[in-house]
Write a protein that binds this ligand. Sequence first.
Ligand code: PBG
Length: 327
Amino acid sequence: MSFPSQRPRRLRRTPAVRRLVRETHAVPSQLVLPAFVREGISEPVAISSMPGVRQHTIDSLRRAAVEAAEAGVGGIMLFGVPAVRDAVGSGADDPEGILNVAAAALAAEVGDALVVQTDLCLDEFTDHGHCGVLTAGGAVDNDATLERYAAMGVAQARAGSALLGLSGMMDGQVEAVREALDAEGFIDTIVLAYSAKYAGAFYGPFREAVDSQLKGDRRTYQMDPGNAREGLREALLDVEEGADIVMVKPALPYLDVLADVRAAVDVPVWAYQVSGEYAMVEAASANGWIDRRGAIEESLLAIRRAGADAILTYWAVEAARWLTSGR
Ligand code: PBG
């Protein structure tokens, strides 16, 4: 009988050895908390499809941001839920618009401890719920939307947002926003491109979180789930256009795209663990079907292993505490 000459199990024998040889780690400073702030409410509002996540008032958002900073989280990504919407999303570049007001409040309060970030997209602000403005025929008008994004980017930078998350999937959006920022002197404002953002079912709970008005779908601008090469192409184009960071979204269902993009670019690559990924784990654990903490930690590790430098996750604060305190 011949014995194995190679024994990988040697390195799995004790917790101490396993800890020593682990290749990948999630760290609090590279977690980003997405947060919703809603205009015209006096108390936070629970989001039923995202247990544990709330639409914040400016005040409760402030407290959540302080809590995130204390937990060592790296940043906070803000989404605005306006009280009034219109066809062109006027609230998006209004300095008094909820998202800009929130960014200003957080920049003042926690700007040194957390990287304050804002979602740059029109869907929360339009009455039709699309990420851009529409033509007379109802199609999403790419180039007219770029002008709106440019104005929105300048307004967010002026409010104090340090990093703009371009999530609208319009062609040329990175270049358009970068040019507008530079022209206004905001040369240090960071542009994060949601480069490979796939259309699909995993954003469902988010639509409740922002009271989305969308009737149809986003398949004429977000990507087809079957396409990996196209995701890489989008990332390369965004780097060419001047993106400082590129992102893949959703995360867990698209780890192959994440690994491809990581191998092809030399800017940071982020991943967004989206609302549907969150809801699946919360629902299964509420039913006692899955070990909640185990599933969360494993998913974060898997996303890091595939190549994400940082992760947007609704569990950012809780996970950061786990990572800090250890088992
Ligand atoms: C668009 C945007 C969406 C999400 C982030 N930015 C919604 C969409 O594309 O339909 C989804 C995030 C999530 O599901 O957690 N502004």
